[in-house]
Design a protein around this ligand. Structure first.
Ligand code: ADP
Ligand code: MG
Ligand code: MG
Length: 550
């Protein structure tokens, strides 16, 4: 390795280790000083007063609403219920039913039933029963759903129905909501420029520009910055594609798809700041470490997480179209995320699309064959991925072989893939069901969508509820002392284009692109880096702080 590369790598490794408080600028508190509440008037007028968005979906909103509830004596029982529900979510399946019943007994029982007095297994003494009056009347239906399916969350709906009423109205008149507006001021009104970030080494090269490791100066959070060179975008008419990728990413909030945190511009580039994935891509892990392929536990884990990612995308009517090992990235804990949504499309009202789009070798037969297609193309892609993770090479291609695109297409349309002895009966069955050439017959496309894939015997041991909640430990953790990407000097330099001039039409397009901070990702950044905890203080004994005094 060359000295430049070593220097670049160790700087990145040090920044990653210091991620969070150590990586913050010494001026961080100044950078994140709350505006006076009087500066948030416009925000207060224009913000959509939607309970679900403000108090459930937005991470800082949720925290402030909870702090508000905790400050109200009459809401203590709800808070206890909320705490119990949090514990409920993290219980294993075996513990869940019993714990669920204990929640019902503790919160939803109006009177102490006589049987409880003699029940030796009683978890709570009658005196400690905390009744949550409004939710109470739903006791029977809660018990019923819990009996039917102990994995379903039966309580939150009822709780939210209650809290979204009077409580939500009172919240909006409290200092906690004012504080929410102050946090929001940063998101909506603070312009994002390159000065918000420190830049580290080059991570990779894309079609329109380079991807760099970067760190937010104010919080210490690490991200990957995907740059799209303006002249390249223009020369290759990539405006639609770039905007499409950015708009799809900003509408997603999945732990299995990279998140967009910021979109901003520099003089020469449009920049998308994305979840940092420092564990390398699956192509590298399949082909560059030891003998090609991955062990069965890793195949199962990655396949299950990708499956959840596809389900999230499909739920939002987004077809991904570019599933291949290169586009599945690992984070530093070993979880994966789907990345590179440049080819994704939103299908409105279940309509189908046409277009030979994707990567040679991974395109489904219906895509190659100029047919109209829908989500089926992604389930084919999952089949290719599981095949390649298992065999160490993609379907219908021999090791080291690089057939011409037309030959690859012929094979996909007409030839049957082979399953060597690395394939267990289950994984072979899964792959061949996903690689069914007829989209109507393919696993995942026969009515119940991705749930059918999750129910396949190969995934029997996978607890998808826990996986969705991020509670399953990955089978492999990337080495924090390694940089899982090519050496800096081996990444081809990005060529410059000449003879392209940028004009007003371009500026109009840029203004659609550069929308700044993405609310949910930004709020998570504040929480994860501890900035929220350190800055969100109020005056003594729950009084307002000076910036909140009107
Ligand atoms: P393009 O759409 O132009 O192909 P990609 O999104 O695939 O661009 O990014 C190009 C390369 O940059 C990837 O192959 C990968 O090496 C690196 N990269 C992209 N996104 C990330 C990320 N979130 N974290 C780490 N590296 C990334
Ligand atoms: Mg790519
Ligand atoms: Mg792309």
């Amino acid at each position: 390795m060359e000295i430049d590369s070593m220097v670049a790598n160790s700087a990145l490794i040090r920044a990653r280790e210091g991620g969070g408080s150590k990586g913050r600028s010494w001026k961080w508190k100044e950078m994140l000083r709350f505006p006076h509440i009087s500066q948030c008037m416009d925000l207060a007028m224009n913000i959509e007063r939607d309970y679900y968005s403000l108090c459930v979906k937005q991470p800082i909103g949720k925290k402030l609403f909870e702090l508000f509830c905790r400050s109200r004596p009459e809401l203590q029982n709800y808070i206890s219920l909320l705490d119990a529900l949090e514990a409920f979510d993290s219980k294993s399946d075996e513990q869940r039913k019993e714990f669920g019943v204990s929640i019902i007994q503790r919160f939803l029982r109006s009177q102490t039933p006589t049987w409880m007095n003699s029940d030796p297994c009683m978890l709570f003494s009658p005196q400690s029963i905390q009744c949550v009056s409004v939710v109470q009347k739903h006791e029977q239906s809660c018990i019923q759903s819990l009996e039917l399916n102990p994995f379903k969350d039966v309580f939150h709906d009822y709780l939210h129905k209650y809290l979204s009423g009077e409580t939500f109205i009172q919240y909006q008149e409290s200092m906690f909501f004012d504080r929410f507006l102050q946090w929001n001021w940063f998101i909506c009104l603070q312009p994002i420029t390159k000065h918000a970030f420190r830049q580290y080494r080059l991570l990779g090269k894309g079609g329109f520009g380079e991807v760099w490791a970067c760190q937010v100066r104010a919080t210490g959070m690490m991200y990957a910055c995907k740059k799209l060179e303006k002249t390249h975008v223009k020369k290759r008419k990539g405006e639609g594609m770039a905007l499409n990728e950015k708009q799809i990413l900003e509408g997603l909030d999945s732990r299995f798809v990279v998140n967009l945190a910021y979109a901003y511009e520099t003089k020469h580039a449009l920049c998308m700041v994305l979840t940092m994935m420092s564990g390398g891509d699956l192509k590298y892990h399949i082909h560059n470490i030891g003998s090609p392929g991955l062990d069965k536990e890793r195949v199962r884990f990655y396949a299950a997480e990708v499956c959840c990612g596809l389900i999230h995308l499909h739920q939002k009517s987004i077809l991904y179209r570019d599933l291949k090992p290169e586009n599945i990235l690992l984070d530093d804990n070993g979880h994966i995320r789907i990345s590179d949504l440049g080819l994704a499309v939103r299908l409105t009202d279940g309509q189908l699309v046409r277009g030979r789009v994707g990567t040679v070798g991974y395109m489904a037969p219906e895509v190659i064959g100029h047919k109209h297609y829908g989500m089926s193309a992604d389930w084919w892609g999952l089949g290719c991925l599981i095949y390649e993770m298992t065999a160490g090479q993609p379907p219908l291609r021999a090791r080291g072989e690089h057939p011409k695109p037309s030959e690859m297409e012929r094979r996909i349309l007409t030839e049957q893939e082979e399953y060597g002895d690395k394939f267990s009966k289950q994984v072979k069955d899964l792959c061949s069901s996903l690689l069914n050439k007829d989209p109507a017959q393919r696993l995942g496309c026969r009515g119940s969508g991705g749930t059918e894939v999750q129910s396949h015997p190969f995934f029997e041991k996978v607890n998808f509820r826990m996986l969705e909640a991020g509670l399953v430990e990955p089978p492999f953790k990337p080495d924090p002392r390694l940089v899982y990407c090519s050496d800096v000097q081996d990444i081809e330099e990005f060529s410059s284009v000449k003879g392209v001039t940028l004009d007003q039409t371009d500026s109009n397009f840029y203004s659609q692109f550069i929308t700044g901070s993405v609310p949910i990702t930004w709020q998570n950044e504040m929480i994860e880096t501890g900035c929220f905890r350190e800055l969100n203080t109020f005056g003594p004994e729950g009084s307002r702080s000076p910036d909140l005094d009107w």
